[in-house]
Design a binder for this molecule. Structure first.
Ligand SMILES: [Zn+2]
Length: 438
């Protein structure tokens, strides 16, 4: 759906200045910062805030009006950063293709996935792997030779948009699928990979949240679950079944929190859909795309203890970081999620790794920090961000084809219950300067 150019500009401008508009809903949040020492002194690390990053001695996160009032009552000095953030972000805002510009809405993605399937019969098949609370389909595009058959080939999963506001995370996996299909007849490397594997692409894991982010509130992160206390949303990247809810640092039991883990592991249709797909194929690797920070994170998220194959996970991540840097020079840091970032429990990659040790990565796409746009990416940069990630995605797919997990013992049981609190809490000050949310 295309609006007139004038309409688009007005809508785009409204999106940028939304937080300053009188009509902005009272439950919408602000980006705030607090001095890191005050953050630690007030014990805020245990309050379930969705931390965006730490920079220049200040911790940034999104807080609701109620949370800002509570911080004031604690006499914690906060700075509202929203205007500065949006001023930076607005410089690269789209003026084409609707308020979401060149970024996909759920309907636009469905249309484009159907086009890929239609134009590449035999190589692409589109699957509905679940339905959301608002009755939207969750789509997975399978790319393989004889795509309509289950040939039991090694499988790799590329997923995007667990978090609604991270629009760029839709585009990278989608463009990877498009690239594979359009280059199958042109590239020996692509043809060999596609023939030897099943590549599954789920560009939008959280369709309800994405629509809400596009049309109502740009910073929305969770799905749209109506919680029992009147709040909305479960953080579906805290709802997976391994070490779910193992403490209140890596996720929150408070429904209003941006990192609310839900009422139980896999309580949400989005995570159940990914689980059901993952368990019926020979998945040997996966990437879950997020933004922002330029990080490659691997298990564990729930503990700072090393995963059983920590060295292999790190070696693959290092290779991917090198491949990414080789394209446009972008530096992506890499390491265990719990060490490079902060503790998370119930996240996607801890669970996929827990099944059989499949190398599993969260890639936090550009920009590197809020001062470079945060959750806002210039639509003109979509192509470059995809290009720099392409060799890493090809490499991981090749790695998966060459490294069957069945040759290894199943190192970890599938657990869908909360674990006892095994977690060491790293000090906030130990975090890197650019620690974001994911
Ligand atoms: Zn995220």
């Amino acid at each position: 759906m295309r609006a007139t150019k004038l309409t688009v500009l007005v809508l785009a401008a409204a999106a940028v200045i939304g937080l300053a508009c009188p009509g902005w809903a009272s439950d919408d949040g602000q980006v705030v910062s607090i001095a890191a020492k005050d953050f630690v002194a007030a014990g805020l690390g245990r309050k379930g805030f969705d931390l965006l990053m730490e920079k220049n001695g200040r911790v940034f996160f999104v807080a609701s009006p109620g949370e800002i009032a509570a911080l004031a009552a604690l006499r914690v000095s906060t700075v509202i950063e929203t205007a500065r953030f949006l001023q930076q972000a607005g410089q690269g805002l789209s003026a084409g293709g609707g308020i979401n510009g060149a970024f996909h809405s759920t309907l636009e993605l469905e249309t484009d996935l159907r086009t890929l399937e239609r134009d590449h019969p035999g190589l692409a098949s589109l699957h509905e792997i679940g339905e959301t609370l608002e009755k939207r389909k969750i789509y997975a595009l399978k790319i393989s030779d004889n795509a309509s058959l289950d040939e039991h080939e090694p499988a790799v999963l590329f997923a995007g948009c667990h978090h609604a506001r991270e629009w760029i995370s839709v585009e990278v996996p989608y463009l990877f699928g498009k690239y594979l299909l359009e280059n199958y007849d042109l590239s020996q490397e692509v043809r060999a990979l596609v023939d030897a594997s099943e590549i599954w692409i789920v560009p939008i894991a959280n369709p309800d949240g994405l629509e809400y982010s596009i049309h109502v509130y740009r910073y929305w992160r969770k799905n749209r679950r109506a919680n029992a206390d009147g709040t909305y949303g479960v953080d579906i990247n805290r709802n997976y079944g391994y070490a779910w809810g193992s403490d209140n640092v890596g996720s929150s039991g408070q429904p209003g929190s941006d990192v609310y883990r839900g009422t139980g592991p896999f309580s949400e249709p989005e995570t159940a859909a990914i689980r059901n797909l993952f368990l019926v194929h020979d998945f040997r690797a996966m990437i879950s795309f997020h933004s922002f920070a330029q990080d490659i994170l691997f298990p564990w998220g729930y503990t700072t203890d090393a995963a059983p194959t920590d060295a292999e996970l790190g070696a693959i991540a290092g290779t991917m970081a090198g491949l990414i840097a080789g394209v446009h020079g972008s530096v992506y840091s890499y390491g265990e999620g719990s060490r490079l970032l902060y503790l998370t429990n119930g996240d996607t990659v801890d669970w996929t790794y827990s099944i059989a040790g499949a190398p599993s990565y969260t890639i936090e796409l550009p920009p590197v920090d809020i001062d470079h746009g945060g959750f806002f990416n210039d639509e003109a940069a979509i192509g470059a961000i995809f290009e720099e990630n392409l060799p890493a995605m090809l490499y991981l797919t090749r790695y998966a084809v060459d490294h069957p997990l069945s040759l290894r013992p199943r190192i970890l049981p599938l657990r869908e219950r909360a674990e006892p609190a095994l977690v060491r809490k790293p000090k906030l000050a130990a975090r890197p300067a650019s620690a974001p949310h994911r």
